[in-house]
Design a binder for this molecule. Structure first.
Ligand code: PMP
Length: 463
């Protein structure tokens, strides 16, 4: 058979890829990944790559964990499917719920399961709407999220998302979804404004928004502790405690989207702990099962659950659920994943190796002519590429500088993710070692220098 990126294969089949230039893709074909080992993946020709974002911030335990394979196989043999509708349950569902509640960053009472981050966020929105109907305040419905936040792509989750590409041409956001400013000090603070003052100003913006909409109509605020897909954006010091004080004042729920930040990514079990959030609702996915099988979860506080429980008698049944909510096989893999995190003290590991990655990112890139900002904590970070360091001006998107870096990265054996403003995100498997971090960053540095040569040549040619 011809390699899958050959002309012959290209004529046979073509999968529709997210975020892909389809015409260019028809010319070039996909990068076909065939197998994985540790923090590395291999293409069908056997070429090796370090996965700097764990394949969409996902493979927290790397690409070859035998225990997870075994957990899935054992559960498949015992009970390959059962559902959670009409008060049915099974052991993996019960055990995983208990483990999540035990580990929650603030007191949580019940768990709802879904299959993806988007579904989990949609489910949380519907829970909140249902709850407010159940307790007699149906008008409390509006939701406030943030520009550059990412919460998924189904119609409601995409409405939470604050990135133009997810709204444009889709008639989104749906009505009742609002966005406030991105808490990015580097770009959005006023000249000379301290992080604290910037945080205060953002909390005031939120308060003004709630007052303008009418507090009786605002149900919830949605936030990733650290914005992931928007470019790995850390909020300014003191931001979330200030935001949370405003929300409490107006009885607005805090929903923490921990789909990327959850399970030690930021150096604490939850990003909420790193950033000082006590969420009323917490959404997680990805590293919940090390992404070996799809599963996501929504944890809700006792207060939210009590509201939902009112509904059966006041407004009628809770009409929401997925066939695969809490599927026993991914649930069994998630249970094993959480056990592995505890047994190998992955938290201690992330603190050590994360400190190394952060120090190395700064040491290697902070003074690089193309790098405007280096940011991150734990094993999540980013470098943002700029055309002009002094004015913090990004490259023209038409120059595709981030895209070129990812392409050169592939040639040099590192899979990279370029996001808005040519921010290059790092979120390697949590099991990465210090030596592997160095190897990864060597490949990045080489690729970045190659991009710099290209960019310089172009700017000379343009003069
Ligand atoms: N929330 C966050 C913070 C995410 O990063 C993502 C996916 N990258 C989602 C939600 C959506 O998850 P999914 O793609 O599984 O629907």
């Amino acid at each position: 058979t011809p390699p899958r990126n050959s002309n012959a294969a290209r004529d046979i089949a073509y999968a529709l890829h997210p975020y892909t230039d389809h015409k260019a893709h028809l010319q070039n074909g996909p990068l076909v990944i065939s197998r994985g080992k540790g923090v590395r993946v291999f293409d069908e020709q056997g070429k090796e790559y370090i996965e700097s974002v764990a394949g969409l911030w996902c493979a927290s335990l790397g690409f070859d964990n035998e225990r997870l394979v075994q957990a899935a196989a054992d559960q498949m043999r015992k009970l390959p499917f059962y559902h959670a509708f009409t008060a049915k349950s099974h052991e993996p569902l019960i055990d995983l719920s208990e483990m999540l509640i035990e580990r929650a960053p603030s007191p949580m009472s019940k768990v709802f399961f879904a299959n993806s981050g988007s579904e989990a966020n949609d489910s949380a929105i519907k829970m909140i709407w249902y709850m407010n109907n159940a307790i007699g305040r149906p008008e409390k419905k509006k939701i406030i999220a943030r520009l550059k936040g990412y919460h998924g792509i189904t119609l409601a989750a995409a409405s939470l998302t604050g990135l133009p590409a997810n709204h444009k041409l889709f008639d989104l956001p749906l009505s009742g979804f609002h966005h406030i400013s991105t808490p990015h000090h580097y770009h959005n603070a006023q000249p000379g404004e301290s992080e604290e003052d910037f945080a205060t100003r953002l909390a005031e913006e939120l308060e003004q928004k709630i007052l303008a909409e009418g507090p009786e109509t605002v149900a919830a605020f949605w936030a990733e502790p650290i914005m992931g897909a928007g470019g790995v954006i850390l909020p300014p010091a003191g931001y979330f405690p200030k935001i949370q004080a405003v929300l409490k004042k107006y009885d607005v729920l805090f929903v923490a989207d921990e789909v990327i930040c959850g399970f030690w990514r930021t150096g604490s079990y939850w990003g909420s702990q790193t950033l000082g959030i006590q969420p009323d609702i917490l959404v997680c996915a990805k590293a919940l099962s090390a992404s070996y099988l799809p599963i996501s979860a929504v944890m809700v506080s006792e207060q939210v659950f009590q509201g939902i429980a009112e509904g059966s008698s006041s407004v009628g049944t809770w009409g929401h659920g997925f066939t695969y909510s809490g599927h026993p096989v991914p649930a069994a893999v998630a249970i094993e994943t959480l056990k592995i995190y505890d047994e190998m003290d992955i938290g201690g590991h992330v603190k050590r190796v994360g400190a190394h990655m952060q120090a190395q990112l700064r040491a290697r890139f902070a003074d690089h002519p193309l790098v405007g900002e280096v940011r991150g904590t734990g094993l999540i970070g980013a470098i943002e590429l700029v055309a002009d360091k002094a004015t913090k001006t990004n490259f023209d998107p038409g120059q595709k500088v981030g895209g070129r870096l990812t392409k050169l990265g592939e040639e040099n054996g590192v899979i990279l993710r370029a996001m808005t403003n040519d921010s290059i995100g790092f979120s390697p498997p949590l099991i990465i070692t210090e030596e592997e971090v160095d190897e990864m960053l060597n490949r990045v540095a080489k690729s970045l220098d190659e991009v710099m040569v290209q960019v310089r040549r172009e700017s000379i040619a343009a003069v």
